[in-house]
Design a protein around this ligand. Structure first.
Ligand SMILES: [Cu+2]
Length: 181
């Protein structure tokens, strides 16, 4: 069992290598996890049974925020299935009531403005609207100056997702693209 499994992996890895030569960086996606963007290759890879072993990499991001309305990053790039940790660090001195920040990653077709507007009503829940929790992939808590928080989650399927700070009035300046390929 183990022998044939590792043999299969070698074959897949070689395929990945060969198409990397002809097809460029895109082919470095781990074989077998090609979510469908690979076209021809995904058919070959999907029969591979097993699973688990070929999950994504670990990726970490640090969002630095201060007493101003802004993130220091406007995009993050990961691969589908990666284990992603996003940390947010508030280097300012203002309190959470006046300059709170968070990181909220929305599911694909969620309207950011609509979500942020609903969040204004959720002050008692860190500006996370409980009735729209199913529109969120991951979020940190709301933090003030000197605080930090982090959240770890699995990157969803390939697409561009929006992240934002849901503190009232912040989202239009505090948002970015979370790009999964
Ligand atoms: Cu904010």
């Amino acid at each position: 069992m183990n022998g044939s499994e590792s043999k299969k992996k070698i074959v897949l890895a070689r395929r990945g290598f060969l198409s990397a030569v002809s097809g460029g960086a895109l082919a470095f996606t781990i074989p077998g996890v090609l979510g469908g963007c690979g076209g021809e290759e995904s058919e070959e890879g999907s029969g591979g049974g097993g699973g688990g072993a070929a999950s994504g990499e670990s990726k970490s991001f640090l969002l630095s925020v201060g007493d101003t309305i802004g993130y220091d990053k406007s995009e993050m790039r990961v691969g589908a299935g990666d284990e992603v940790t996003v940390s947010i660090q508030h280097t300012g001195s203002m309190g959470v009531e006046s300059m709170g920040h968070n990181f909220v990653l929305l599911k694909k077709d969620v309207d950011m403005t609509s979500f942020a507007t609903a969040a204004i009503q959720a002050a008692d829940n860190g500006y996370i609207p409980a009735d729209r929790a199913d529109e969120i992939i991951a979020h940190t808590s709301l933090i003030g100056g000197g605080e930090q928080d982090s959240v770890t989650f699995q990157a969803p399927s390939p697409a561009t997702y929006k992240y934002l700070c849901t503190f009232p009035g912040h989202y239009s300046s505090m948002n970015g693209d979370f790009i999964v390929s």
